[in-house]
Write a protein that binds this ligand. Sequence first.
Ligand SMILES: [Zn+2]
Length: 608
Amino acid sequence: MERSQIPDTYKWKLEPIFADDAAFEASLSAMTKDRAMLASYQGKLSKPSELLACLELYFQTRLQTNKLTLYGNLRFDSHQKDTQAQALHEKSLDAMNALMAAASFIRQEILALDDAAVAKAYAAEPGLSKYKPYVDEVRRRRAHVLGAEAEKVLTLAEDNLWAEIDLNELPSDHEKTFKGLLADIPLPKIHDETNQEVQLTLSSFVKYRGSSDRRVRKEAVDALFGTLHQYRHALAGTLSGQIRRNVFLARARGYNTALEAYLHKDDIDPAVYKNLVSTIHANLAPLHRYMALRKRTMGVDELRIYDLYTPMVETVKTQFTYEQARDVLPKALAPLGEDYLSVLRQGLDPGNGWIDVYPHRDKDSGAFSASVFGLHPYVKMNYFNDVDDMSTLAHEFGHALHSHLSMNNQPYVTASYSMFNAEIASTFNEKLLSDYLIENAKSDAERLYLLNELVETIRTTIYRQTLFAEFEWLIHTAAEKGTPLTAEFFAKTYESLIRSYYGEHFTLGKDDGMEWAYIPHFYYKYYVFTYATGLSSGIALAQRVLSEGEQARNAYLGMLKGGSSKPPLDLLRDAGVDLSKPDAIAGAAKLLDDTLAKMEKILAAQKK
Ligand SMILES: [Zn+2]
């Protein structure tokens, strides 16, 4: 399908950002001039009037650059083979990088001020109070700033612990080596369901691992893990390098552990991380119950790692066209109240230009939501009329509405929310939709399928990501103690985690401990745990809004409206979830247990 064959109604409208590419170019050159003017403030920020003028210019330029990157991103996403669109996209990213470099003196000069000087600046220039959240955020980690010489060395060492943009956007050399290894390592051929010889690749692996033919999925997993085992020393070398680098940067800045350093970036107490891991350990029984049910239902004598991704019950998927989804979503999300629903309906109405609905030849895969202050959010979909697409739509509109509510209730300085809270609004919506679909299922077989989807979401997003998070923590701790991070150490550590997470109904294979070797998340520097805390929080808040009504709903909406006006954990606590306590995570484990009980009941009835 070509983009031109899709009715214009179902495409996003970029005019609110820029009327056309010429307007983008005009803005880019104006922005380049503004950015150059920033340099005139360098060395002068101890003077309050200069500080204020500089921040005004910086934020104005940053907003302009945000628009450039949004336009470049959306324009290129739906025109992948258009070299003009690609050039715009690259120019916009270059503009953002140039701005970050041109503005780095602002951060350094704000950090160099002492508290008395900052207090004096606020008194002298009342206009500065508007930028207080930014100044406070820059100064929050002031205790970990070193002297000029040391800072210079750390900059040369490419310390990204301090970057204003997302630290995982800049891959380290170790991560590049990891990706290079995965691209270079030759994978063997395997035999598909029709016994044809096919080349195994990392992307086809996911498909073959989920095959309903046990021989095929075993062959795929044995082939990948066996190959990784052959290259284990190179793979261990590069992961060890990444972990040791994280430990080095954390220590250089005076943190006790890498965990403390990397969580401090988002103002997260390490206790939250430890609480996640210990609560999951105390609640492994539902996962073991799931493994037992899987083994029984699949009728296998041993439940192996290659048996975890294949559908365990009959796949019964109802189709929903986009127009049907527009009707279902407001019903499923009704507990969020009329104000939320009216914005949702507005965004879902394709005529309003928020959304790009359908896939076509020149469009990138996947889905996302993207926003810039002052404009409506944008949502990219590849809608195929599948129930999973409707779930993705609920997820992305969770992000879009979160952005909309933040932007309409916060000034630009605090309008964007922390990465840590990003996956709460999206999973909240998925949970409400899941409840609605289960409630309205037309048969037991369909209900069973939907229940199993919920079980799989909890297993893969909460338990599996916590397993990753625990592995990441264990290997950093070992590095901090001076234990050599060898391939054997990684495999043993990983193996013992699989054993305890999956329990007695699971049988460990010879190379299962090699799974660590192809997981990119271990290069993301203490990021993976936010998947587990995000979904646990989303589930807990959805359950609270359903059972407690208006007050709980307003508290939740308050978090969505709060942007980054408070630290992420405080916003979440005000909404009703305290992640330093076990409740939300234990609640998700209980939901797994309850859902398994419902599945067991239907399965037992089907046998009769
Ligand atoms: Zn998301």
